[in-house]
Design a binder for this molecule. Structure first.
Ligand SMILES: *Cc1c(COP(=O)(O)O)cnc(C)c1O
Length: 463
């Protein structure tokens, strides 16, 4: 690997002076200095001090095939030499766009046969917001405009996608949500289920969609958007009763279902799409992240025959992005899908990595700090608690224990993310059993150290 960079402190100083980080307290980070990542291969990152770090987050939930694949470098070189850019506006197309659209139609479930490209998950969801309203207008029902999302759902960070999401700390800044977006509660039994049975709770949460539709009026509701399994919200796995009831309600009230599969797509749950794992039949699917394994920015909306035909028959849809289906991104998405297929990586998740990790992950429930351990495929979470039996939160601010644990993981050369006091994981899909062993060893070590620190600081106290 190259080491043609400035010393760590100089990089950190320049970063602090000039680089504003996403979702970061800039002034706190600038005092401390960011960790500088210089290289990566497989599931391993290297930082500027030469540490090798096990990345149990696959970057940001996206590096499904692992880092640094030479075939991807070759595909990028080939495409740039062949056609570095052309757009798909004004009645033109190009080979990577056509090939990728056809490939996505082939692997997507049901009749999601049509692709509208974007450069990220946020953009694709902004497209979806406009698209469902345009769809209903084309159907002669222009009052069907409201899109219902969920509190603590995540759909991106633009004005539209951030509004569809239900992150209250995001809404608190900059004037979100925009009008004609509504939210219902998430199916988080551990946190919100009280004394109820999980199955009853799942059903009750789904029924909130029906109540919201009736409150707003069926003639005013265009679509419901949700992640099959919430990712950034903390890898919240819904009770099994939840999705069938949501599906019934959407069909009954003529409300389009948008499955945001930006994380759950491309093998993460042990099937190609989370909709297959959870048995959903969406009208629209949002994809990004694992679509190119993060080798280049790309996202898309996959549309059913009905939705696409309605849009196509309604004349021009006045919408699009310069770099939609960018030849480089499309070529890399295609090569990524080829690798997933040829190396049977989705089967590796379903038959090898996920069952092996599941046993160890669920075993963490025996740790004194862990009150819940959930996992589907290779996305999982553990909830830390000062009192398991009571499913208690900490008395300290939500996220205090999570932050400590993340720091301990960092110190042990492991990347796990914290969402409040939940720790979440989403490792590259190519992770081996030996790497899973190393991962769990480091996770347990980090949990032990977190537990010791919480006790020493008097923080093992229930709210
Ligand atoms: C990351 C994410 C997005 C946003 O994607 P970007 O590429 O960051 O814009 C949307 N939906 C879900 C479920 C995500 O996890």
């Amino acid at each position: 690997m190259f080491e043609n960079h400035l010393p760590t402190e100089e990089l950190q100083a320049l970063d602090a002076a000039h680089h504003m980080h996403p979702f970061t307290d800039g002034s706190a980070l600038n005092k401390k200095g960011a960790r500088v990542i210089t290289a990566a291969k497989g599931v391993w990152l290297t930082d500027s001090d030469g540490n090798r770090i096990l990345d149990a987050m696959a970057g940001l939930w996206c590096v499904n095939i692992g880092y640094g694949r030479p075939e991807m470098a070759e595909a990028a070189k080939r495409q740039i030499e062949q056609l570095s850019f052309y757009n798909t506006f004004f009645q033109t197309t190009h080979v990577p766009a056509v090939t990728l659209a056809a490939k996505l139609a082939q692997i997507a479930p049901g009749d999601l046969n049509h692709v509208h490209f974007a450069n990220s998950g946020s953009e694709a969801n902004d497209t979806n917001l406009r698209l469902v309203r345009h769809y209903w207008a084309a159907k002669g029902k222009p009052t069907k405009r409201i899109v219902i999302g969920r509190w603590n759902g995540y759909h991106g960070s633009t004005m539209g996608s951030g509004s569809l999401g239900g992150m209250k700390f995001m809404h608190a800044q900059g004037g979100m949500p925009i009008p004609d977006v509504a939210h219902i509660e998430q199916p988080d039994w551990w946190m919100q289920g009280g004394d109820s049975d999980p199955a009853d709770f799942g059903l009750a949460r789904a029924k909130q969609l029906e109540e919201k539709i009736l409150e707003l009026g069926q003639d005013n509701v265009a679509a419901f958007i949700a992640e099959p399994i919430q990712g950034s919200g903390g890898v919240i796995v819904p009770p099994a009763t939840y999705w069938p009831e949501i599906q019934r309600i959407c069909a009954h009230y003529d409300v389009l279902l948008i499955a945001d599969e930006v994380i759950t797509g491309f093998g993460r749950t042990g099937k190609w799409f989370g909709s297959q794992t959870l048995d959903l039949r969406p009208d629209i699917m949002t994809i990004a992240k694992g679509m190119s394994s993060g080798y280049a920015p790309i996202g898309a909306s996959l549309l059913s025959d009905n939705v696409a035909n309605t849009i196509n028959d309604a004349g021009e849809f006045n919408h699009g992005y310069t770099y939609a289906a960018h030849p480089l991104s499309a070529a890399l998405a295609l090569e990524n899908i080829r690798i997933l297929e040829d190396e049977k990586i989705v089967d590796h998740v379903a038959n090898v990595a996920a069952p092996y990790l599941r046993e160890k992950w669920e075993g963490l429930i025996d740790h004194p700090l862990v009150g819940d351990a959930s996992i589907v495929g290779l996305m999982g979470s553990i909830r830390m608690t000062p009192d398991k039996a009571a499913r208690a939160k900490f008395k300290s601010d939500e996220g205090t224990a999570g932050y400590i644990c993340r720091e301990r993981c960092f110190a042990n050369n492991l990347v796990m993310r914290h969402v409040g006091d939940r720790m979440v994981i989403s490792p590259p899909l190519v992770i081996t059993k030996a790497e899973i062993d190393q991962f769990i060893d480091r996770a347990v070590q980090s949990l032990d150290e977190t537990h010791a620190k919480l006790k020493a600081d008097g923080l093992m106290v229930a709210a």
